[in-house]
Design a protein around this ligand. Structure first.
Ligand SMILES: [Zn+2]
Ligand SMILES: [Zn+2]
Length: 371
């Protein structure tokens, strides 16, 4: 059975490249139609030709670079400390109530979201306690950090590690297709107004070039707009359909820390780097500030706060027992890692001990990352 499953997975993975091949074939053809047919065969003005070629190549390179970064970059996989140990696995498989075993394991890990009330999220395929915002992807066959969705057009999951590249891919794909459509419009009109009833091959290339680029640019706008909205709210596509569950209940804005901070979490703190497909995403992909922790006294250290952010109106002003206030008593992003200052909770209360364990684990983990 395992052999059949792995053979099927292999077939799926191979077939998964089909949409990527289609996209690349269209792009290669558009390069031929624009550069060879339009610029070299049809456009006669040297200045116009030069400008067309410069801008075309600029958008083409940025689009393809972002696209291939989305395809080839890891979306982020669950680190080893979230996996069940050999002993955990034995206890899990022999237990009458495996969820209790999972809850026990999760106590030592920095997770703040639940599957259902008081039940830690875990994956029975990967044998991991799921880090917050991670999900199992059946196409990839593993759990993905901050999973957004599995995208057939990039034959890859879109997650914490490549979300920036995916947004840039959409952005540059729109710029590229809009540019091609607008700059070929004049020659497209000439095609229809030409007196000759005989259409050459070049005319047909220009006709299709305009139609294909205009069609893609229109359809990409809705997807790009949707992801800009999600980015501004710090939501993944999956979270937009099903709100994450915190100890105080489901909250679709649970990770919303203000529009600018949300953008910086994905794109980094240096504005000019936002526009290049280089890795600048903050954090470690496993632990996230929440909207409630943002209200705690020291979270202003995390990122430069955006006090005029209108989204903060829904935030609760008092959450004294909020798990996030325990975990993130003071934090700041340092070179893509989170630096946590530990605050001793100092209580024997069971819940406090539970939170304290999470805090210690997170502290240990993040300091290891900082080396
Ligand atoms: Zn999994
Ligand atoms: Zn996937």
């Amino acid at each position: 059975m395992k052999k059949v499953n792995s053979a099927l997975a292999c077939i799926y993975r191979t077939l998964g490249w089909f949409p990527v091949v289609i996209i690349n074939a269209i792009v290669v053809w558009s390069y031929f139609a624009y550069v060879i047919i339009l610029c070299f065969d049809i456009v006669s003005n040297e200045l116009e030709k030069g400008l067309y070629l410069v801008f075309f190549h600029l958008f083409f390179v940025m689009f393809m670079y972002s696209y291939w970064k989305s395809i080839l970059s890891s979306p982020g996989f669950v680190p080893s400390q979230f996996f069940f140990s050999k002993e955990d696995l034995e206890r899990y498989e022999n237990s009458e109530n495996p969820q209790d075993v999972v809850n026990e394991i999760a106590k030592g890990l920095p997770v703040v979201t639940w599957a259902v009330a008081n039940s830690a999220r875990y994956c029975g395929n990967c044998y991991v306690v799921k880090p917050d915002r991670s999900h199992h992807c059946t196409m990839c066959g593993r759990c993905i950090l901050k999973m957004d969705h599995h995208c057939p057009w990039v034959n890859n999951c879109v997650g914490w590690g490549n979300y920036k590249y995916f947004i840039l891919f959409l952005f540059y794909a729109i710029l590229f297709t809009m540019y091609v459509a607008l700059s070929s419009l004049k020659y497209f009109i000439q095609f229809w107004t030409a007196h000759s009833s005989k259409k050459s091959n070049s005319d047909l290339h220009i006709l299709f070039l305009f139609f294909v680029s205009a069609m893609f640019s229109v359809s990409l706008w809705s997807l790009f707009g949707f992801h800009l909205f999600l980015l501004s709210k710090n939501r993944t596509t999956l979270e937009s359909f099903r709100a994450p569950l915190f100890h105080y209940g489901a909250d679709k804005d649970g990770f919303n820390i203000g529009t600018m901070n949300n953008i910086r979490q994905v794109f980094g703190n240096t504005t000019w780097k936002w526009f290049f497909p280089i890795f600048t995403t903050l954090g470690n992909g496993c632990t996230y500030l929440t909207s409630r922790s943002r209200n705690s006294e020291n979270t202003g250290l995390l990122l430069s706060n955006n006090d005029d952010d209108e989204d903060s109106s829904h935030l609760s002003p008092h959450t004294p027992r909020d798990i996030q206030q325990s975990v993130y008593t003071s934090s700041t992003f340092v070179n893509g890692d989170i630096n946590i200052n530990l605050k001793d909770v100092g209580s024997d209360d069971e819940e406090e001990i539970f939170h304290k364990n999470k805090l210690r684990s997170l502290y240990r983990e993040t300091n290891e990352n900082l080396g």
